[in-house]
Design a protein around this ligand. Structure first.
Ligand code: PNS
Length: 183
């Protein structure tokens, strides 16, 4: 008899899952690219959206979570959760020791190294896995998207459609303005 585990006997803790944390204000196609790459390696990716009252966000936590849920609505292997507190505690609560992060360029390295080593200090069992996004997104971050959009530039192809729609809504409500930024 084979000693392989039958699918119906696979219990959730045996699922290969990883956490993908970030601020996602808003999510970009660079983030989406990393999630899709993560899905090649893991059965489940838990996108952990930081609720950070210290950092000013354009979008509320609820909106940041909702946009990601909408993007992956047909992908049950992607779960989206808001979190606060330590990332290592969130990972443990969600029964994984693996954290995925994207690494775009050398300029990301110092911050990421510090974060990885701090997380390892907090929990030696946590492993952080770095993935390179497609070269098309290596210049992209949420800040650049907000700046370009607020100055009237196109972000087509850089963010999912729902994000463009939400940026337009923000613009209409006056939270983002086109033209010159205030002096
Ligand atoms: O999108 P970001 O801003 O690069 O994401 C940073 C994030 C959310 C991954 C990081 O700030 C984080 O993990 N915050 C939770 C608090 C924590 O665990 N801090 C200790 C490790 S540095």
């Amino acid at each position: 008899m084979s000693n392989l585990v039958e699918p119906e006997r696979i219990v959730p803790w045996m699922e290969k899952r990883a956490v993908y944390p970030g601020f996602f204000d808003p999510i970009t196609n660079g983030h989406v690219d990393i999630i899709l790459r993560g899905l090649r390696l893991f059965d489940k990716i838990i996108v952990a959206v930081l609720k950070n009252p210290k950092k000013e966000a354009l979008f509320s936590t609820k909106d940041r979570v909702a946009m990601i849920q909408e993007i992956f609505i047909r992908q049950p292997a992607v779960e989206v959760r808001a979190f606060d507190g330590l990332l290592v505690d969130f990972a443990r609560r969600h029964k994984t020791r693996i954290v995925i992060r994207g690494l775009r360029a050398v300029s990301d390295f110092e911050y990421e190294l510090q974060m990885a080593l701090m997380n390892r200090q907090l929990d030696p069992e946590i492993e952080i896995l770095y993935m390179m996004p497609s070269v098309h997104y290596s210049f992209l971050n949420s800040g650049v998207v907000k700046e370009v959009f607020s100055l009237g530039g196109s972000v087509k192809g850089l963010v999912p459609e729902i994000v463009e729609k939400m940026l337009r809504k923000k613009m209409k409500s006056g939270r983002l303005s086109v033209g010159k930024s205030p002096q």
